[in-house]
Design a protein around this ligand. Structure first.
Ligand SMILES: [Zn+2]
Length: 372
């Protein structure tokens, strides 16, 4: 496994060895209808775990081969096995009850988190198992998305848990999050990406920025346990939370978020940008606040827009970004995953892979235009 996702290294496997601008997906790909039906059948007791596993593996194999066909130098497992980007570590645990925080989206729909009822808090699923399953099917570098501990901190109830204080929960959570990340690094993930969609949302819940600072401090408590070399492969993804072609916090100004977000001790930042109304202004903020030793991957395709971008549009977005950010610290990505929640069918697999292919091709065109 090659622990580096540069276009140049991967291109070396083919016919050219030129270095170019790095490009990576965010993570999720819409699940096939057959798998979604399998999840439902399993939940209703109509099929057993082994039968569900067959469907998941079939979906994963198809996802990996379609990912490879896009030419994406780094791929993911498409999160086929995750119920959602947020809840995979707690799927099926008995210590959860309904009634956690409600997240409202701009189109009126909501998502509600569960709430923890007892401790000690332990993950029931590890991202490294998903990483290994994808690695077995490909020789391409695979990146792995994990949930940021700050998101899971929202599972602890406001009125506390008898015999399991919040500080003990946060200590357990930090240990679990560290283990989740470290296992993926040790297994040769091209990058490990913390999904931090609640960062932007936090400014809506608490415009004073106090909650955001708490989130950053908790995540830094975990990130600080890694060496500089390890952190170079650890990234943070920020977005306004895509679900069912809507968002929860696109109206929060990046100027309020990014300076604090860039205090995270990560080597990579994956920033939704294509769907921003004024990308130039955001690029200016990124250029001013991006840590000197970090690389920023800017979103050049918008999973919420049903129209597939052309490679030329992507190229022009990259060239715009390169006016603000030195190319050796610039990368591209999709704005977000294409189905962060498994039951989100608002985008088809065909559209998702067409957008990924446009990102790859457009990034290549930009690299050529820049003489890289
Ligand atoms: Zn996202």
């Amino acid at each position: 496994m090659v622990p580096d996702g540069s276009v140049g290294l991967i291109a070396a496997r083919g016919t050219t060895t030129t270095m170019g601008i790095q490009t990576e997906p965010i993570g999720s790909v819409p699940r096939p209808t057959e798998l979604l039906r399998g999840f439902e059948d399993f939940a209703q007791g109509r099929i057993d775990e082994a039968a569900l596993r067959v469907l998941t593996e079939k979906a994963l194999a198809d996802t990996v081969s379609r990912f490879e066909a896009t030419g994406s130098p780094v791929i993911t497992d498409g999160e086929q096995d995750k119920p959602s980007f947020l809840t995979y570590p707690v799927a099926g645990i008995p210590d959860l009850a309904p009634g956690g925080p409600v997240v409202p989206f701009a189109d009126g729909h909501t998502r509600q988190l569960p709430v923890l009822t007892s401790g000690p808090f332990r993950y029931t699923a590890r991202a490294v198992d998903q990483l290994r399953a994808a690695q077995r099917l490909t020789s391409q570098p695979v990146k792995q998305a994990v949930i940021a501990p700050s998101a899971l901190s929202l599972l602890y109830p406001a009125d506390g848990i008898e015999g399991y204080p919040r500080d003990q929960f946060l200590a357990d959570l930090a240990d679990e999050a560290e283990a989740d990340i470290r296992a993926c690094l040790d297994e040769g993930a091209a990058a490990v990406q913390l999904d931090f969609t609640e960062g932007r949302l936090s400014l809506k819940l608490d415009p004073s920025g106090g909650l955001l600072r708490d989130f950053v401090a908790l995540n830094n408590e975990v990130l600080g346990r890694f060496s500089a070399e390890e952190r170079a492969r650890i990234g943070v993804h920020t977005c306004p939370g895509g679900d069912q072609d809507s968002t929860h916090s696109a109206d929060v100004d990046y100027a309020d978020l990014l300076p604090e977000l860039f205090r995270l001790k990560a080597g990579r930042f994956y920033v939704q940008l294509a769907s921003e109304s004024d990308p130039g202004r955001v690029l200016g903020i990124i250029a001013e606040h991006l840590p000197a030793d970090a690389r920023v991957f800017v979103g050049v395709t918008d999973p919420i827009d049903p129209r597939v971008e052309t490679p030329e549009e992507v190229r022009d977005r990259v060239l715009e970004a390169a006016r603000f950010i030195p190319v050796d610290r610039l990368g591209t990505c999709d704005d977000c995953g294409f189905a962060p929640f498994a039951d989100d069918t608002s985008t088809s697999r065909d559209t998702a892979f067409a957008k990924i292919a446009a990102r790859v091709e457009g990034t290549k065109l930009a690299s050529e235009a820049l003489g890289l």
